[in-house]
Design a protein around this ligand. Structure first.
Ligand SMILES: [Zn+2]
Length: 176
């Protein structure tokens, strides 16, 4: 889960929500490019990028970081819209424990049905229906388990990519 914090635009004073790990933000109101600066009291405020970049070298670095940051933002946006970085649909986030619990209960119910049919010597068709029900439950369980695993992979992929980009920015920060 991505954490956010709020800052104010140095140019127009508008409140801005910023995702954790980012160093630059574009004001949604006045479009100023802002750098996030931590002051002595560990509070984060914004500084206009134009003011900070007194030489071309630091401007170049800023632009490079800005580019990485745009990539992070795209990654976060895709994910919040339900897509993987490769543009595939993000599998639903289901609970494997709940899937298993429900399927065991449903299979138990099916077995109970078969036992009951036999006890009352009901027509074989009811027993077949109970077996078909168990079959469907098993198919659904396999599907849910595959979806759960795919989601786990997608989550890991997202975390890895994001961490890599954030560390690129932090690496760059050391040169300042
Ligand atoms: Zn602004």
């Amino acid at each position: 889960m991505t954490q956010t914090f709020s800052v104010r635009c140095q140019n127009c004073g508008s409140p801005l929500q910023v995702n954790d790990g980012l160093r630059y933000v574009t004001c949604g109101y006045c479009k100023s490019e802002l750098q996030l600066v931590k002051d002595a009291s560990e509070t984060i405020h914004t500084e206009l990028l134009a003011k900070l970049n007194t030489n071309t070298e630091s401007l170049e670095r800023s632009l490079k970081v800005l580019e990485i940051q745009k990539e992070i933002e795209r990654l976060d946006r895709d994910r919040s819209q339900g897509f993987t970085p490769e543009g595939r649909q993000l599998p639903p986030h289901n609970s494997l424990a709940l899937t298993m619990l429900v399927s065991f209960a449903a299979i138990g119910f099916g077995i109970g049905g078969i036992t009951f049919c036999r006890a009352i010597e009901a027509s074989f068709i009811y027993e077949l229906l109970a077996m078909a029900f168990i079959g469907l439950v098993i198919i659904q369980t396999v599907r849910d388990t595959i979806a759960w695993h795919k989601r786990l992979e997608a989550d890991r992929n997202y975390e890895t990519r994001r961490a890599r980009l954030v560390s690129q920015i932090q690496q760059d920060e050391k040169h300042f």
